[in-house]
Design a protein around this ligand. Structure first.
Ligand code: HEC
Ligand code: HEC
Ligand code: HEC
Ligand code: HEC
Ligand code: HEC
Ligand code: HEC
Ligand code: HEC
Ligand code: HEC
Ligand code: HEC
Ligand code: HEC
Ligand code: HEC
Length: 342
């Protein structure tokens, strides 16, 4: 996929053509006209026939080859139906020299500069540039002469991207439906962008275009969500963990929070499963709680049992978390120091 390879290929093709030209010129009969034709072919325009319509099959190269009468042409009994071909105007108009330098040595003009003589320079001013585009390897994705596909593409859809990139879903346990059923181009742009990873929009806006509910402001928003840093917790394409998480939920939280379980003497039975009590994105309650205390606690603890507990006698309208730590403790009842002495 490197430009040198293209140059070499063209170099070879053109050199082979040059040798053919030389042989033809040395053969009796067709000296001047043939010479004129070949030079025309490379530098002036397209000799003869059926140019001028962008739907016509074949194009200049076909004309040139058809001109070589030493080569018997095999034709099928029924000519195959000709699909519509989009020809690149400079090719169709025989402006070969806008891209081809000369027959010898370095045969191509410098890309992308030569392309930007006619096309808007989409690299300048963008922070992130797709490497093959920056390197001028336009021909790894575009057919410079003509193509059956729109935008002169050599391949369409995800298959174009997967010629150079590993399929991000292969071998993955959990796959993002957006990648599985959608297009790489739903989130990425092929040439250049101002966002990391060639995204069309910021990460937050990329995700928000389909998950608006998660980005929506509510009362209490988890700071990394507020910052639009979805990728601190999620992989964009696929993951070994449920919910596309970069790590299993508890380990994930320790990426940013001090691990209060490590040194704990006693832990709340359910504390490993942080999301049984916390919403990772946002909440109407404080501390990102899925429900407010005591409703949260009463989801798992029976009110009748609690009423029978000696320490609860006369607790009044104190909150559970006035006396208990929800995560860890120095005793089995997870009592806060202030609640213990009583
Ligand atoms: C917009 C730029 C551009 C124009 C215009 C253009 N070419 Fe090319 N041409 C290329 C590139 C790039 C390649 C290398 C393609 C590749 O590596 O796949 C190429 C390859 C070729 C080759 C090598 C064989 C092949 O197809 O890979 C020949 C021969 C050739 N061009 C002839 C011509 C002729 C004749 C014209 C004018 C009628 C022309 N080109 C116009 C860019 C152009
Ligand atoms: C990695 C593949 C890839 C490479 C490399 C690439 N393109 Fe494209 N290009 C595309 C795709 C895909 C489209 C289709 C339109 C879109 O999705 O934006 C496109 C569209 C275009 C278009 C038409 C639409 C537009 O944006 O104006 C032009 C012109 C173009 N490319 C020029 C170039 C030039 C010049 C180069 C080399 C400097 C280049 N491309 C390199 C993939 C590529
Ligand atoms: C001499 C001027 C010229 C040069 C040089 C040129 N192009 Fe074009 N190109 C055109 C014109 C004119 C069109 C058709 C009008 C349009 O869609 O912009 C076109 C169309 C295209 C398209 C298809 C756009 C579509 O809408 O389908 C692509 C892709 C493209 N060019 C890529 C390239 C690449 C890659 C190069 C360099 C290797 C290049 N062009 C060099 C003039 C040029
Ligand atoms: C001709 C080969 C080629 C094709 C085709 C190609 N890429 Fe790339 N892409 C590369 C190379 C090389 C890099 C830079 C090295 C890397 O990150 O793997 C790259 C990098 C990327 C990056 C990371 C950019 C960054 O700076 O973070 C993304 C995203 C990407 N490509 C997406 C795509 C998409 C989407 C397509 C299809 C439209 C595509 N690529 C087609 C070769 C290609
Ligand atoms: C739902 C949106 C989405 C879709 C669809 C998508 N990507 Fe991505 N991709 C991302 C995001 C987000 C990043 C990370 C960008 C960052 O680092 O900020 C990324 C990063 C990348 C990267 C660079 C980092 C890496 O993982 O190597 C490549 C290459 C890439 N994507 C290729 C692809 C290809 C190929 C496809 C299609 C098969 C695709 N993506 C589909 C969102 C998407
Ligand atoms: C083009 C639409 C689209 C975009 C963009 C998109 N997603 Fe999704 N996402 C989906 C669909 C569809 C599903 C599956 C249905 C659902 O769970 O809503 C999904 C599911 C998910 C899931 C749950 C996965 C599971 O295993 O249940 C997570 C997590 C997720 N997306 C995160 C993200 C992140 C992070 C971003 C931005 C990088 C993003 N999505 C961008 C469409 C999208
Ligand atoms: C602090 C880590 C973290 C951040 C940041 C984060 N998420 Fe999540 N996300 C999670 C966890 C953990 C789950 C699993 C929830 C569960 O198990 O109940 C999840 C689940 C999801 C789901 C699937 C379940 C659902 O609620 O629909 C989607 C979609 C999702 N996140 C999208 C996003 C988007 C979009 C962003 C960025 C705006 C984002 N997340 C930021 C941790 C995070
Ligand atoms: C990318 C870093 C990051 C990750 C990962 C992360 N957090 Fe946070 N979290 C923060 C920041 C920053 C704050 C705000 C500052 C603070 O209170 O420490 C915060 C605050 C909180 C708060 C207090 C919110 C409030 O309003 O008082 C809770 C609860 C919380 N996080 C739970 C979790 C849980 C549960 C996980 C794992 C699912 C997690 N966090 C993963 C960065 C992170
Ligand atoms: C049984 C429910 C429950 C579970 C499970 C739980 N928490 Fe909490 N968490 C709470 C409650 C209740 C608060 C509020 C404490 C308060 O208001 O004093 C809280 C507060 C927090 C805070 C805010 C700062 C602080 O310590 O007061 C963070 C951060 C936090 N939890 C992280 C986590 C992490 C990480 C996990 C998983 C390892 C987790 N929580 C599991 C109930 C729980
Ligand atoms: C998701 C379910 C769940 C939630 C929510 C929950 N707990 Fe628990 N809690 C348990 C389980 C399971 C035990 C282990 C002992 C048991 O079965 O009662 C436990 C044990 C305890 C213990 C220690 C008693 C012992 O015998 O080990 C205390 C104190 C406690 N919880 C207080 C609370 C408080 C206060 C809240 C609300 C902030 C709360 N719990 C929320 C499930 C939960
Ligand atoms: C005034 C302080 C205080 C408040 C408020 C309080 N507790 Fe307790 N709780 C205690 C004490 C002290 C114990 C240990 C009592 C004992 O061993 O007799 C205890 C024990 C427990 C136990 C263990 C019971 C057992 O069978 O071993 C659970 C579960 C519990 N509390 C849950 C809660 C919940 C849920 C709330 C809120 C609805 C709550 N507590 C409010 C002080 C309190």
């Amino acid at each position: 996929m490197s430009q040198p390879r293209h140059n070499r290929r063209i170099g070879w093709s053109l050199m082979v053509l040059a040798v053919v030209v030389a042989i033809v010129l040395l053969t009796d009969g067709c000296a001047t006209t043939t010479k004129h034709q070949w030079l025309n072919f490379f530098f002036d325009g397209v000799p003869g026939g059926n140019q001028g319509t962008n739907a016509a099959a074949g194009g200049p190269a076909t004309n040139a080859i058809a001109g070589d009468e030493n080569e018997p042409v095999r034709r099928p009994a029924q000519p195959p139906p000709q699909p519509a071909v989009f020809s690149h105007p400079p090719y169709l108009e025989g402006k070969c020299a806008v891209c081809h330098e000369s027959l010898y040595g370095e045969t191509m003009k410098k890309f992308p500069d030569a392309c930007f003589a006619c096309h808007k320079d989409f690299l300048t001013g963008n922070k992130v540039k797709h490497q093959p585009v920056e390197d001028g390897e336009c021909a790894s994705c575009h057919s410079p002469h003509d193509s059956l596909n729109t935008n002169l593409l050599v391949k369409t859809g995800n298959t174009l991207c997967l010629t150079c990139h590993d399929d991000p879903l292969v071998g993955a346990k959990f796959k993002h439906e957006a990648v599985e059923l959608g297009d790489c181009a739903d989130c990425h742009t092929p040439h250049a962008s101002n966002f990391k990873g060639l995204l069309q929009k910021s990460v937050k806006n990329t995700c928000a275009s389909c998950h608006a509910d998660i980005v929506a402001k509510k009362k209490d928003v988890h700071q990394p969500v507020d910052d639009g840093d979805c990728l601190a917790c999620h992989k964009p394409h696929a993951s070994a963990n449920k919910n596309l998480l970069v790590k299993g939920s508890e380990a994930l939280c320790w990426d940013c929070h001090d691990n209060f379980l490590e040194k704990a003497k006693f832990t709340h039975d359910v504390v490993d499963d942080c999301t049984s009590c916390h919403d990772p994105h946002h909440s109407d309650n404080n501390a990102l709680l899925k429900k407010a205390v005591p409703a949260l606690c009463l989801d798992c603890h029976d009110q009748k049992d609690l009423a029978a507990v000696k320490g609860h006698a006369g607790m009044g309208d104190k909150s559970c978390t006035d006396c208990h730590d929800p995560h860890v403790g120095t005793d089995v009842n997870l009592l806060k120091p202030s609640a213990k002495s009583k």
